[in-house]
Design a protein around this ligand. Structure first.
Ligand code: TXA
Ligand code: MG
Length: 312
């Protein structure tokens, strides 16, 4: 079944494939023309680097200049899985892949289809398979919405996590989380036995994490946090609530009852659904800091929602 996709990738073509987080736009990481095509297809700024997806610990050696002992602990514990690690890069890694940085991002996805593709083709760059600025795709239909019905998509239904991987920079101390995800700060610290920092865009300059500079994840509808005195009753808006169930609400109200994993799995699909229904707004109940400390997925959600709000 995967033969067709393997053949396309080996001949320098781009295909979309499922990972456990979101669908990726895959290309041979050693083929500059193929990598260039990924940037063009997405309309992605060339200084925003790509993640190299691998399926074997030996593949790390082809990209990472040094593998700190702490990195081995993280790889043993979290790979395959939704954790991207940033290493100092080897000189031969394509500049196109790393956006000219001296580091490279590596991830070993756990989805069996991604593993089989990578094992048969070799390492693949794979940004989320959306056009730049749009919500990441969690279903094959989302990819086709952005790239057309004839685009090659290895279909595997809805992705399991629905938000992109945690991105952790281990190329320098202190280690920094550039993008919060399903694997949270505490889980990482427990394995590392050292403290790590959650990088905030305004903490320092963004040149080390170019992805934090660009607008992201946004539907056409305006995304807003629900105000404390606001009733979720307008039928021109979609409401995403997680704690306070309204007695009466519009039929565009979705209540998650503290199930943040489901909220994460559905968020981008809801964004796209709001646009299909021509709704003006997506209004989301705030995810307070105290909740984010307990629930890594709530932190990841708050991060993506804030970016969707900030991108207008
Ligand atoms: O879950 C995921 O990570 C998905 C699936 C397909 O694997 N991929 C994904 O890729 O989200 P993308 O390209 O949409 O996001 C990659 C993020 C960007 O914010 C980029 O700036 C950052 O990782 N990144 C990549 N290489 C980096 C590097 N060397 N230094 C700092 N940030 C880097
Ligand atoms: Mg993306």
């Amino acid at each position: 079944m995967l033969d067709h996709f393997v053949k396309l990738l080996k001949s320098g073509e781009i295909v979309a494939f499922p990972t456990e987080t979101v669908y990726g736009l895959g290309a041979d990481a050693w083929n500059p023309d193929a990598v260039q095509k990924v940037f063009e297809l997405k309309g992605r700024p060339s200084d925003n680097p790509l993640i190299v997806h691998i399926a074997d610990r030996r593949m790390v050696d082809d990209f990472a200049l040094v593998i700190p002992p702490q990195a081995s602990k993280l790889m043993d514990h979290f790979w395959p899985g939704p954790l991207t690690l940033i290493f100092k890069k080897k000189p031969e890694v394509l500049d196109l892949v790393t956006g000219g940085l001296n580091t490279v991002a590596l991830r070993w996805p756990s989805h069996p289809f991604s593993q089989e593709l990578i094992s048969r083709v070799g390492p693949l760059v794979a940004p989320s398979a959306n056009t730049s600025g749009r919500p990441s795709p969690t279903r094959p239909e989302h990819v086709k919405e952005d790239f057309g019905d004839h685009f090659p998509v290895l279909e595997a239904g809805e992705t399991q996590i629905g938000l992109e991987s945690t991105v952790l920079d281990i190329s320098e101390q202190p280690y920094r989380i550039y993008r919060p995800g399903f694997i949270g700060k505490q889980a990482l610290e427990d394995v590392l036995e050292t403290e790590i920092i959650i990088f905030k865009q305004d903490d320092a300059d963004s040149s080390r994490s170019p992805g934090t500079r660009y607008s992201h994840y946004a539907p056409t509808a305006e995304v807003q946090w629900l105000k404390s005195d606001e009733d979720p009753t307008s039928d021109e808006a979609m409401y995403l609530l997680h704690r306070n169930k309204p007695g009466m609400g519009a039929d565009t109200v979705h209540f998650y009852d503290g199930d943040y994993s489901r909220m994460a799995r559905e968020l981008y699909d809801r964004f796209r659904e709001a646009d299909h229904k021509n709704l003006q707004k997506v209004v989301i109940e705030p995810l307070p800091e105290t909740l984010q400390e307990k629930e890594p997925v709530a932190r990841a959600l708050a991060n993506r929602i804030s970016k969707a709000i900030g991108s207008r």
